[in-house]
Design a protein around this ligand. Sequence first.
Ligand code: PLP
Length: 461
Amino acid sequence: MYRMIPKVDELLKSDPLIPLKKEYPADLLHKEVCFVLEKIREKIQSGESAENISMAISNISSDLETRLKNKFRNRLKRVINGTGTVIHTNLGRSLVPQELSEKVSDILGTYSNLEYDLENGKRGSRYSHLEEILCDITGAEDAIVVNNNAAAVLLVLSTFAKGKEVIISRGELIEIGGSFRIPDVMEYGGCTLKEVGTTNKTHLKDYANAITEDTGAIMKVHTSNYRIFGFTEEVLASELRALATEHGIPLIEDLGSGILINLEEYGLTHEPTVQESIQNGIDVVTFSGDKLLGGPQAGIIVGKKDYIQKLKQNQLTRALRVDKITIKLLEEILKLYYHRDKVVKDVPTLHMLTLEKCEVRERAEKLKHRLESLGSLEITIEESYSEVGGGSLPTEKLPTYVLLIRHKDISEQALDRKMRSYIIPIVGRIHNGQYIIDPRTLLAGDDEVIYEAFSSLEEVK
Ligand SMILES: *Cc1c(COP(=O)(O)O)cnc(C)c1O
């Protein structure tokens, strides 16, 4: 049977491979040919029937085509978020408004003044493009942006407290998804963690008693992804301010979610804003660009000029620096924040979070109506809750309306699988044996794709 297997050279010269030779690089094709032939050899070895072997041999060119096509498939791609979780870490966290992609493509295929001072014709700084806007919006004196907030925290700790102690409340030793743990980051930053207080209560005197000549910083961490209720007490930043000043120690805060507007005005739980931290006298505040701010992945650091200057001089910034795409996207997103009255509509993350229940209901009705025209689906609309996600506002339940979708011949598990494998994958969720789509996180045009995905189920039958 081994003799039935064509030789590599002969196969490469054969007619069925001519179109593949035209389309794909020779070395890649050669490698795939060897792979496919090896698989056939293994089949013979494992004693498969002559019939199966000759079938495998006749399928060689179509197998090759499938494998090569697959090499060039779209790997990172658009999906439809039907989960209702707004800042969905696995689905890319925050969305940037579609209109902004044009501004980014403007500098993608061209040179830019990324690190060039056009006025003086000299080398400039990549951070200069964001400093003014960030200071205007947050009220800080200076700013720098790095790769993500984890990097921001690392940079701050390593700059101010390397070889020293950092005082932090036991109630704030958080772990964020993706195994970011404050105690571990301290270690990477070369600092010693000095825990004070207890899980539920920490007093000003706990901080005061912990200060020694080895203290590098006092740190506050916003417990963005959990809450402690009941007999609790934390020391406010404004109270720590005096203590830090008295001892000449930097007061730093990791805010995590980095909200720049007051969510209370939109009926949501109050989430501490960056502006508040600055007003409370925090020296250096770090937060994410792609959580509640609604921009690209970035770690934003704002605060007092002297401290931010120190961060800029740390060699570590070279390893943590942001790309021009991030800078451009952040610039454009931040400009939207100048329009206080419009920003909630213009930043998709904020828009989805503040959608009125009746607006979601309207969307749900529309989608239900569209899908029902397919006949094989049984759909009901039910009240439910959407989540904020991204480790932000963990206790917030956003009232919503979801579609419960049942297909007369397909189980909810199979339905879920089919939706995920559609050309534009649709990610819903399964709850109590039903397939669910929450319209809160759907974008314009998604309804149509969902309709097409469900109608493709009909064609298969
Ligand atoms: C999310 C979060 C981080 C990590 O931020 P990334 O931008 O994901 O790196 C750090 N600290 C807190 C408090 C957070 O909520």
